[in-house]
Design a protein around this ligand. Structure first.
Ligand SMILES: NC(=O)c1ccc[n+]([C@@H]2O[C@H](COP(=O)([O-])OP(=O)(O)OC[C@H]3O[C@@H](n4cnc5c(N)ncnc54)[C@H](OP(=O)(O)O)[C@@H]3O)[C@@H](O)[C@H]2O)c1
Length: 272
């Protein structure tokens, strides 16, 4: 598919990933939460049928992992039911749907997960996102479900920025060293999304290359960090020990360390 010749609709366009998708797809129609609440089935179907895009990219979601434990119903509506409404509409007009899911659909008992591995979420966010995957598969064939992990990007609250802030506020920052995953730069992911649209339908695992713990991730950003255990930081939602997504379907992206360096440099340029 040639970008520019196709009509693309981006949902969640002002989110962290959505903002970078808008850069990569400059001709796309950007929809924010204010433009369309994806939990309103009637509106979703009406808007998509009126606009008749060739491709819908859904980057809208309820992404606060601990918040999902407290607001289960809302989480299941936004992350679970709504992707089904979008899929229904896409199927009706023959559009391709690109949707983003998460490493948290797995329980973390394996050291790494390929696309075909069995899912078994251990928190409400993961359960709601898994329902979203299932609803899409139930309604249509022409989907790309892209599972991703540990996002950082210029346009949203993220771990790198939190570390930079805490580093200035504290003598030492304690960060857990017993949860492992793959950090992913939203600018790289947005470019990869463009490539995946042209591949066959199915589930994809896409991350930057390289595995690390949150502590190792933090160490790439700040100097005054010390390792600790998850027991030192109880959270409302349980997190998998290993949420390492292995990509078996597309070419690998660059190492996360390289991506973090670029992100830090970009941030510096914005401040100067
Ligand atoms: N961040 C991560 O580390 C991570 C990891 C794995 C997977 N993912 C997945 O990656 C995708 C993008 O994540 P992100 O971090 O870019 O998310 P984000 O920054 O939180 O953006 C999510 C967007 O969805 C919008 N939204 C929420 N509820 C909506 C509704 N009912 N109707 C329409 N729009 C709604 C939000 O708008 P408002 O803010 O105005 O409500 C926001 O613009 C999501 O599918 C997420 O589950 C993220």
């Amino acid at each position: 598919m040639v970008v520019g010749a196709i009509k693309t609709l981006i949902l969640g366009a002002d989110g962290m990933l959505g903002s970078d998708l808008c850069q990569v797809f400059p001709d796309a129609i950007p929809f924010t939460h204010g433009d369309l609440d994806i939990t309103n089935r009637e509106d979703v179907i009406r808007f998509i049928r009126e606009i008749t895009p060739d491709v819908v990219i859904n980057a809208a979601a309820y992404t606060n992992v601990d918040g999902c434990e407290d607001e289960r119903e809302l989480a299941f509506q936004v992350n679970g039911e709504a992707p089904g409404y979008i899929a229904e509409a896409c199927s009706y007009i023959g559009a391709t749907l690109v949707h983003f899911s998460t490493d948290y659909v797995f329980d973390g008992s394996k050291k790494e997960y390929v696309e075909s591995d069995a899912t078994n979420p251990i928190n409400a966010y993961g359960e709601s996102k898994l329902l979203g995957e299932q609803e899409i598969v139930r309604h249509m064939d022409d989907y790309r479900i892209i599972r991703i992990s540990w996002l950082f990007g210029m346009n949203g609250r993220n771990f790198v920025d939190t570390m930079l802030r805490l580093s200035g506020e504290m003598d030492t920052v304690k960060v857990v060293n017993d949860q492992f995953g793959k950090p992913t730069y939203t600018a790289d992911l947005a470019r990869k999304t463009q490539e995946i649209i042209d591949l066959e339908h199915g589930i994809y695992h896409v991350t930057n290359d390289g595995v690390c713990s949150w502590y190792e991730f933090a160490s790439a950003v700040i100097d005054n960090v010390v390792p600790c255990s998850s027991d030192d930081f109880p959270t409302r939602a349980k997190r998998p020990t290993y949420s390492v997504l292995t990509n078996t379907k597309t070419t690998p992206m660059r190492h996360w360390r390289e991506a973090v360096l670029e992100y830090l440099k970009e941030g510096q340029n914005l401040i100067l």
